[in-house]
Design a protein around this ligand. Structure first.
Ligand code: ZN
Length: 313
């Protein structure tokens, strides 16, 4: 059977956040994204802060009915806490996330299964707390991001889907949560070196994103990773509903790029939600085979994660 290239778009929804406070923009944005995803035949995963889901619950239910995924996003300052999740104790993270889960469930009628923290801010407690609260997958890491000012330090964390480590967020391990890192080009640095060029739609144009997608696909093929996937990102703070909007055009170009690269590499292009990418990973690398990453000193370069064992029926 032809191997697959999964393509996914994560949308962090936070138009009601205290620094933005524009629910009308949020609404236009998700309406435009719903239409853009339909036009391009792709799937979105909307990760939503509690006040956004309360503002537009009916719209999110429609998006879910159309095959998209809805999960939880948090900006702790909006809940009265210090803004960066990665500075908090396990107890405080439990409190912040539990409040988010309750408000999400009130609005949508079910608990969220997926999660992303604002700024990719997390610490060594985060994955364990997510597992305990019943989250099954999400996008917590931004590999190679080094922004201590946001408690978002990801050094050489895995570039590919993995089960994270219970005590060290940078390693693979045995937490029953599929971590799905956003696609990055670790060698192209931004923001004084603290940030890799990642696949957020609004960062650069489609031509630039072509190089990131191409490099990420080539690397996964070279490393024979169990899953080939591309994970793009955007926010509902851009007017995706406006005709000719630059971000709309960029996203159309990114989907074209991924389709074209998949075809060249003889991979079947398959749009997916994060839940579908996580399910594909769990099938390729069953949880019972998850193991703590073997560490060995290799001063020549990255301490590559232990290759996960493939699923032999
Ligand atoms: Zn955010």
């Amino acid at each position: 059977m032809k191997a697959t290239l999964l393509f996914t778009l994560q949308i962090d929804c936070e138009a009601t956040q205290r620094s933005i406070r524009d629910p009308a923009l949020g609404k236009r944005s998700i309406l435009g994204l719903g239409e853009l995803l339909a036009t391009t035949g792709t799937r979105g995963t909307f990760l939503v802060i509690p006040s956004d889901i309360e503002a537009h619950a009916a719209l999110y239910k429609e998006l879910e009915a159309a095959g998209h995924e809805i999960g939880l996003h948090v900006h702790p300052a909006d809940q009265g806490f210090e803004e960066f999740l990665g500075v908090h104790s396990a107890d405080d993270q439990r409190t912040i996330l539990s409040e988010g889960i309750d408000r999400f469930a009130q609005a949508l009628g079910r608990r969220p299964a997926s999660f992303c923290p604002g700024y990719f801010s997390a610490n060594d407690f985060t994955f364990g707390v997510l597992e305990e609260l019943g989250f099954t997958h999400g996008a917590v890491s931004c590999p190679t991001r080094n922004l201590p000012q946001c408690a978002a330090v990801w050094a050489g964390s895995p570039l590919d889907p993995h089960y994270p480590h219970r005590h060290n967020r940078l390693l693979a391990g045995d937490v029953n949560f599929v971590e799905l890192p956003v696609t990055v080009d670790p060698e192209s640095r931004l923001w004084g070196g603290g940030q890799p060029l990642d696949l957020r739609v609004e960062l650069v144009d489609a031509k630039n994103h072509w190089y990131t997608i191409n490099k990420a696909v080539r690397r996964q093929l070279d490393e024979k990773t169990p899953l080939k996937q591309i994970h793009a990102l955007t926010h509902n703070t851009f007017d995706y509903n406006a005709p000719g909007n630059f971000r709309r055009e960029t996203y159309v170009g990114m989907v074209q790029a991924a389709r074209q690269i998949a075809e060249r590499e003889k991979l079947r292009f398959q749009p997916a939600t994060l839940a579908e990418v996580a399910a594909a990973f769990r099938q390729a690398v069953p949880f019972h085979t998850a193991q703590t990453q073997e560490l060995k000193l290799d001063t020549r370069g990255r301490n590559a994660p232990t290759p996960p064992r493939p699923n032999h029926p």
